[in-house]
Design a protein. Structure first.
Lengths: 472, 256, 322
């Protein structure tokens, strides 16, 4: 069925779904109309706008049925691993064992948005003394205590050290409530001292070999714990296979991003791209299906790009987005204002880079974990953002502040100053709470101002035939 | 002899006189706070005495409490409003185990042991979003009298979520909600919900019953219902909730 | 050269043994947010940055990773000022973490050499450690003879100068107030007024469990181990024994507090935390639920003098305990 790509409402998706099914659309077991999730409490869905492709339908259904998959995994006798603050390392290890399923409890931070606060998770966090001066990931505490959103895992791991104090404090609160946690540490990534043995990390950072060795040893502890609950050794061969499969996900995502962010007009909207990227962290609890979902999305994007079709109008301002948003609706808002996502750094760019396959697997994973943008200086993060802006040709930058997050107080200025000095493109900061409806005019105002500035700059550059400055 | 309590709040001055021999609160009065706080408090105290045929010689002790207690130079001692409200509420609700007091500028949660002594407390005096100030702001924005807010909120089917910690930015949110066509009843309900949720957060995970609601905001229609919803348990409004601090101070003045 | 720092996991004797002057900063309140810092910056981190960033002060600054905001504040320092970021492991139960801490001390040593310091011989290091150990012992011994404020200020002075200076007019608490513990992160200079305020309302701080106070003192060194492996003993004493909220897990803080509460007959804990300090803020409700003794939470903003809010809370807390 030929369809013009566009964004549609949930109601329109119901009608389209019926048409697709009537036309013989094959669906996975978790398929169905998106609106069926609304009675389960996903009240935000009617307020969002969606890409109208079957690939997007599958992506959304995949995301919204994770809870069912985790419950099924538990029933089948698999062991569940909750990998906290770990943006892409331990899940790769866990999925190397067939009896383990890893998931990302931090993902509960979207539940208040998706359920429009109806689940009461933030109130539970409040009652534990973790109020709104903490990051919205505090919703995770509510999810653990209510046990209403995921089964309590058999093993909880948490990455600490040079990560994020908010999350560390929230996880410690969880631990204090009686949930055992295996803590593993990331050191503050630094440049090697003169004469110090160093290694190159995925993504281009360079770090001391000693730091990689430390993380290697930490991950070995995690490996032993995983093996213990799996009831079998996790061999290097199994890890190597796990890395290979994870890299398939990453390479698919890489191609998807390159195509989607570079093409004109924009072939796939921001919200679907955000969800696709998030899948890279933990595969949404089903690694093989995750790959299938991304493959289908990539095929859709390819066909649109080949046909010169876009889900958004041409000429939208190309925006690089820094940090994930607590309210998904803001991604729609950008597009309604005339912008499009053209590059992202959602705090886990290292989870999008390929894990080296020419190294012993644990060494490879250690290098990848140390490449986490949170563990190093903000200047490193700003460097990578500038590099990716050049790669994708972004015209403006949005830094989304996460209310209460400890890194946001200082990093915004560093990123803004670096981007401004090197690239001269406009940057704005916005703060997005879990339900941003009441803040919508304020947020929209900033986005409008940013896009106007970018358009004016575009016209000026066009008039003077000046190329966009890129990183030297 | 008379024990006198003076609650010098941020919005109003309250005075109570307690007759120790008859074990009765013989008189109370309230006056809006002003610039000349000491003079206003002293004037109200003396007027209350005079209106009841008493003079300073009949008074064994005067206890000052409330936000402005430290400048009341004519009182014999000062006691915090935590202790005074606890005492005052126990007077009118003898079995109360949890007290929630929401005033114009702050809110408090006080836990009592079975004997009525303060066991623990929490205060929000830094953020106006959990206080009467927030209600006043929304009443002004919507041009609705404070006493009509409850009635308006009862018509809400979908309280608007207010996310800001600060009432100044919450006002921005309310402007945004109005601009986007949100119904006034939903906005008021949202504000009520935000206030009581902030108060509920002070309670932590456990709360002993009975729960007593006091302070000026307890007199605003609709608030006790909103608080009950937020706490998930029955809440009763203390008798004469604006006066419990002054009454408690007068009892403490008489060593009761 | 002076080496400025604020974290108790930076051993002063290590710096002194290199021939440099260690100075743990007692931060004065800042009255504005430093340029480039946004909403959500911790008042202490903001004030520390401004305290140490005085142009031409010729000092080097050591930051640690015990606090994420402090770690990131280090990036706002002037590039011309020598800065070292020391990773103090959050985990503590593994030999890898213990080894990392020791390695970081050695790396700090190389930084100090870059400033003109001389790597100490084991004997020199041991002697320096003994000198500091004896100074700390002198401080501890003086506790009973000083008022709570004097004792805490003496600790701060020692950290700032390396010298124990006891006031000539040592005045132990005039009346036995309700024994309390003061817990939390580092204090700024004006926060010592809290001691007086607490006394005025009938309390007495018998345990300064803040980062600035007694909690941050390492235990006495094992003199034999010190001679055999001074740096091992140094690392073990600091990393292995200072309880803190940032550690994962931070159970040792609670064990230490429980023992201290029992030993000193403490009847209440005042837990101070800065606005936007997640590490200590997250412990408030947990400590209340622990239910060992009543807990009062105070949170401090930028330049807040100890005004009505703090006074009201303290007074109510003491009324409750009395």
């Amino acid at each position: 069925m030929n369809r013009t790509p566009e964004q549609i409402s949930l109601h329109e998706w119901d009608r389209l779904h019926d048409d697709l099914v009537a036309a013989g659309l094959p669906q996975p077991s978790y398929g169905g109309p998106l609106s069926r999730h609304v009675p389960d409490g996903d009240l935000r869905l009617p307020r969002l706008r969606y890409d109208n492709s079957p690939a997007a339908l599958r992506l959304w259904n995949f995301l919204l049925t994770e809870e069912d998959r985790l419950a099924a995994a538990r029933t089948e006798g698999k062991q569940l691993v909750g990998t906290m603050k770990d943006l892409g390392t331990v899940p790769v290890m866990a999925y190397s064992s067939p009896s383990l399923v890893a998931f990302y409890p931090d993902g509960a931070w979207w539940i208040p948005c998706v359920m429009e606060l109806s689940a009461g998770l933030l109130e539970v966090a409040d009652s534990l003394g973790i109020d709104e001066s903490f990051c919205p990931v505090r919703a995770m505490l509510g999810a653990f205590l209510t046990e209403a959103h995921f089964p309590i895992p058999d093993l909880l791991t948490c990455n600490v050290g040079a990560t994020c104090d908010d999350f560390s404090a929230i996880a410690q609160r969880l631990n204090g409530l009686g949930y055992p946690i295996l803590w593993w540490e990331s050191p503050h990534r630094r440049a090697p001292d003169p004469g110090e043995a160093s290694v190159e990390l995925p993504g281009g950072f360079v770090a001391p070999e000693a730091q990689v060795a430390f993380v290697h040893d930490e991950l070995e502890r995690v490996r032993r714990a995983l093996a213990h609950i799996a009831g079998r050794t996790i061999t290097d061969a199994m890890l190597a296979e796990g890395i290979t499969t994870a890299n398939k996900v990453r390479s698919t995502l890489d191609e998807l991003r390159r195509l989607a962010y570079a093409a004109e007009p924009c072939p796939m909207p921001a919200l679907e791209m955000l969800i696709a990227e998030m899948l890279a962290i933990h595969f949404c609890s089903d690694r093989d299906e995750c790959l299938a979902v991304l493959d289908e999305l990539l095929a859709e994007v390819r066909s649109r790009v080949d046909a010169g079709l876009g889900a958004l109008a041409g000429g939208a301002v190309r925006v690089f987005w820094v940090n994930p948003v607590a309210d998904l609706r803001v991604m729609n808002m950008l597009e309604q204002a005339g912008g499009r996502i053209c590059g992202t750094e959602y705090l886990f760019c290292h989870a999008l880079d390929p894990i080296p396959e020419d190294l012993p697997p644990m060494e490879a994973l250690a290098r990848m974990a140390l490449a986490d943008p949170m563990t190093g200086p903000t200047a490193d993060r700003a460097d990578r953002i500038c590099r990716d802006i050049g790669l994708f040709g972004s015209e403006a930058v949005v830094v989304s502040q996460i209310p209460g997050a400890s890194h946001c107080a200082t990093e915004g200025a560093v990123i803004r100053d670096t981007v401004g000095a090197r690239l001269g493109i406009p940057v704005t900061e916005i703060e997005v709470p879990p339900v941003a409806d009441a803040m919508a005019p304020t947020i929209r105002n900033r986005l409008d101002a940013l896009l106007e500035t970018a358009r004016a700059r575009r016209e000026t550059l066009s008039a003077t035939h000046e190329p966009v400055r890129t990183t030297t | 002899m008379i024990g006198a309590g003076i609650d010098a709040g941020s919005r109003a001055i309250k005075v109570a006189l307690y007759d120790d021999e008859r074990d009765t609160v013989v008189a109370t009065d309230v006056l809006d706070q002003g610039v000349e706080q000491v003079a206003l408090a002293k004037g109200l105290f003396e007027k209350l005495l005079e209106d009841n045929g008493l003079d300073r010689g009949n008074v064994s002790r005067v206890v000052g409490t409330g936000y402005g207690r430290s400048i009341l130079d004519f009182v014999d001692s000062t006691i915090t409003e935590i202790t005074c409200h606890a005492r005052g509420v126990r007077r009118v609700s003898p079995g109360a185990r949890t007290i929630i007091e929401i005033g114009g500028q702050d809110s408090k949660l006080i836990r009592l042991n079975p004997e009525g002594a303060v066991r623990d407390f929490a205060m929000n005096d830094r953020c106006a979003a959990g206080t009467g100030r927030f209600l006043e702001m929304v009443a002004a924005r919507l041009d609705v009298p404070l006493e009509k807010l409850g009635e308006l909120a009862r018509g809400s089917h979908s309280p608007a979520p207010i996310s800001s910690m600060c009432v100044v930015f919450a006002e921005t949110e309310i402007i945004g909600l109005l601009a986007s066509g949100s119904a006034p009843e939903d906005i008021v309900a949202g504000v009520q919900t935000a206030i009581v949720k902030r108060v509920a957060a002070m309670a932590g995970r456990t709360m002993d019953e009975p729960v007593s609601f006091t302070g000026g905001v307890a007199m605003v229609p609709g608030m006790v219902e909103a608080l009950q919803d937020a706490l998930g348990r029955p809440v009763s409004v203390a008798t004469d909730p604006q006066m419990t601090g002054a009454v408690g101070a007068s009892l403490l003045a008489a060593n009761r | 050269m002076t080496v400025l720092y604020s974290c108790p996991f930076v051993p002063a004797e290590w710096i002194a043994a290199h021939g440099l002057r260690p100075s743990r900063v007692t931060v004065r309140p800042a009255h504005a947010t430093a340029p480039g810092l946004g909403v959500g910056v911790c008042p202490y981190a903001n004030a520390f940055l401004q305290e140490v960033s005085v142009p031409g002060n010729g000092a080097a600054v050591v930051f640690t990773t015990t606090c994420d905001q402090m770690r990131r504040i280090s990036e706002r320092m002037d590039p011309g000022q020598p800065v070292f970021v020391m990773h103090v492991p959050t985990t503590w139960q593994t030999t890898a973490a213990q080894r990392l801490y020791r390695d970081e001390l050695l790396r700090l040593g190389r930084f100090l050499e870059g400033l003109g310091g001389r790597p100490p011989s084991p004997e020199r290091l041991a002697d320096t450690m003994i000198a500091f150990d004896e100074a700390r012992a002198k401080l501890r011994d003086a506790r009973g003879a000083l008022s709570p404020r004097q004792f805490s200020e003496a600790i701060a002075h020692f950290h700032h100068t390396g010298q124990v200076s006891l006031p000539a007019n040592a005045t132990p608490a005039s009346s036995p107030g309700v024994p309390l513990a003061l817990a939390g992160g580092p204090m700024m200079s004006h926060h010592f007024d809290l001691f007086d305020l607490i006394e005025q309302h009938g309390g007495a701080i018998v345990l300064d469990a803040t980062t600035t106070g007694e909690r941050s003192l390492p235990p006495p060194f094992d003199r034999r181990a010190l001679r055999d492996d001074p740096i091992g003993e140094l690392a073990g004493a600091y990393f292995g024994h200072i309880p803190d909220a940032f550690r994962r897990p931070n159970s040792r803080l609670y064990t230490w507090l429980r023992d201290a509460v029992a030993e000193r007959g403490i009847r209440g804990i005042i837990l101070r935390h800065y606005l936007w300090c997640d590490t200590w803020h997250a412990e408030v409700q947990r400590m209340r639920e622990w239910d060992l003794v009543p807990v009062l939470a105070l949170h401090a903003e930028q330049d807040e003098s100890l005004g009505i809010r703090t006074t009201a809370r303290l007074q109510a807390f003491l009324e409750m305990l009395l």
